[in-house]
Design a protein around this ligand. Structure first.
Ligand code: PGA
Length: 241
């Protein structure tokens, strides 16, 4: 596992975007799995800008969304669906057949997870980009998460239910989610975990230097064969080594 540190959020975001672009250059049919959230927002802005400016051919790339709130409409500005559509897929004009996003309003979330799981089995994931929750979650793999499945439905931890309110313009009931599971995270050919800001410093220290334990799901990254943790100096502030 590499630990890559950047002086601030902007430098971190540019470096993440560069990794995404280089990934497409080395494998034009890259399968991405992308997180939503505040952390990757600027990296995606840079990514969109770079691929357009450098006329990178991304037409054969496939994109998976990392997770989704169950019960939240794809049109809701707080949904992961909306976030990735607005910030990546629409600006780049990605074809629908190359996009796999969970439908938070699906009447049958189990079937929805099966659909995504089958697509992962078929395509494989080349590059997965995840943020980290204040409780160490990756996607919606909360403390105590199972490792076995590709994709799963999870009961959201109280920390996620509270912190998740920041994405919505009014209070929301956020009880369950669908997520790419830790198995798929570990199986992805390359994984990037990104974090910025001092509020993430303690959980980043546990992730990198703590014992591997499912009570802090992000520690599982220590088992990944090709992972980088990309953080700004503030998020790196509690690292001992
Ligand atoms: P954030 O969310 O990027 O908005 O901090 C990270 C996460 O909860 O995984």
């Amino acid at each position: 596992m590499d630990i890559l540190k950047y002086k601030n959020y902007d430098a971190l975001s540019e470096a993440v975007a560069l990794q995404m672009v280089n990934q497409i250059i080395s494998k034009p049919d890259t399968v991405f799995c992308l997180a939503s959230g505040n952390t990757p927002l600027k990296a995606y802005e840079y990514f969109v800008e770079k691929v357009k400016k450098e006329t990178i051919d991304y037409s054969r790339c496939v994109f998976f969304g990392l997770d989704e709130w169950i019960g939240i409409s794809p049109d809701d500005t707080g949904s992961c669906h909306y976030f990735l559509t607005k910030n990546v897929f629409e600006p780049l004009g990605i074809a629908n057949e190359n996009i796999y996003l969970f439908d938070g309003l699906s009447k049958n979330p189990e079937a929805e997870c099966d659909r995504i799981s089958r697509a992962i089995e078929k395509n494989g994931i080349d590059l997965i980009i995840v943020g980290i929750g204040m409780n160490g979650h990756i996607g919606f793999n909360e403390p105590g998460a199972l490792i076995g499945n590709n994709v799963q439905i999870v009961a959201l931890d109280s920390v996620t239910q509270t912190v998740g309110q920041k994405y919505f313009d009014k209070p929301m009931l956020l009880k369950k989610g669908m997520t790419i599971a830790l198995r798929s995270f570990l199986d992805a050919k390359k994984a990037l975990l990104i974090a910025n800001g001092s509020k993430k410093a303690s959980i980043i220290q546990q992730t990198i230097e703590g014992e591997i334990s499912i009570t802090v799901p992000s520690t599982i990254i220590q088992l990944h064969k090709n992972a980088s943790v990309m953080i700004d100096y503030e998020a790196a502030a509690c690292l001992i080594n």
